[in-house]
Design a protein around this ligand. Structure first.
Ligand code: NAP
Length: 259
């Protein structure tokens, strides 16, 4: 399917690896020019070079911590006007509700709620002015089906979800869509780190922990960054203009719910 977005320009934050990179690759395959971001310069430069080489699109790589207000402003300034915004950042660490301090909550809220809000506030006016735009926030299945040890993530992302619910309906009449994609378990570095934590807790190997977690998913496996990217690219496509303010689970059926 031609996604109808060839020649558009997208900013994808936190995109040198994992789900963000999956999104960047899928948008590049659809002919979208990219602004990529991550903290680590070397992996970011390598990803940018590989994507340019493979898809022939223009790629600008801007290193910096997207959750830092100053670095975020630099990324936005370098990006300039964009048609598509995909917000992403690292997830908070696991833990226990009794241990989290006010500072832990503030860090999580900054990273996984206020940073995507700031990115949207910066990019939406230009999209509204031109009468077309696409925003997808990478959140988490934990918004719908809480993961107790990821309570910092559950909390911060629930706030983002509330912001999107109202705002998506305010900008929709200008041809701008905002939706959230909720990943369940996907095979990325983040999942490997969480597997290692689960293994240490259960006294088993990380491979055993990953096998147990995969077996608990109806699809019987972790998702891939490529699958995630393809779903995101569709939400960014010309065909998705009537999908507004939705929270779409990509979890292999893991959330056991009728709706
Ligand atoms: P990942 O494999 O660890 O990749 C994270 C990417 O984001 C890397 O390119 C990393 O590069 C970059 N990054 C991280 N923090 C950043 C920051 N502060 N500023 C700029 N770039 C940053 O993670 P992932 O699995 O793709 O996860 C992406 C998001 O989805 C996270 O919020 C995660 O919590 C959420 N999620 C993932 C899963 C899953 O199963 N994978 C499930 C639910 C939710 P640098 O380290 O060089 O900055």
């Amino acid at each position: 399917m031609d996604l109808g977005i060839r020649g558009r320009r997208a900013l994808v934050s936190a995109s040198s690896k994992g789900l963000g990179r999956g999104v960047a690759e899928a948008l590049a395959a659809a002919g979208v020019d990219l602004v990529l971001n991550a903290r680590g310069q070397a992996a970011l430069a390598a990803t940018a070079a590989e994507i340019t080489g493979r898809y022939g699109v223009r790629v600008l790589a801007v290193a910096g911590d997207i959750t830092d207000a100053g670095a975020c402003a630099e990324v936005l300034a370098a990006a300039g006007a964009v048609d598509i915004l995909v917000t992403n950042a690292g997830g908070p660490p696991p833990g226990h509700w009794s241990d989290w301090s006010r500072d832990d909550f503030l860090r999580a809220i900054d990273a996984n709620m206020l940073t995507p809000v700031a990115l949207m506030q910066a990019c939406l006016p230009g999209m509204i002015a031109q009468g077309w735009g696409r925003v997808v926030n990478i959140t988490s299945a934990a918004v719908k089906s809480p993961i107790a040890e990821l309570g910092l993530s559950n909390t911060a992302r629930a706030g983002l979800t509330g912001f999107v619910a109202g705002t998506a309906r305010q900008v929709a009449r200008h041809g701008v869509t905002i939706n959230n994609l909720l990943p369940g378990l996907h095979a990325t570095d983040r999942a490997t780190a969480l597997d290692a934590g689960a293994a240490a807790k259960a006294g088993i190997t990380p491979v055993e922990a990953a096998a147990r977690r995969a077996a608990s998913i109806p699809a019987g496996r972790y998702g891939t960054a490529a699958e995630f990217g393809a779903a995101c690219a569709f939400l960014c496509s010309a065909h998705a203009g009537y999908i507004i303010g939705q929270n779409i689970l990509l979890d292999g059926g893991a959330a056991n719910a009728t709706f």
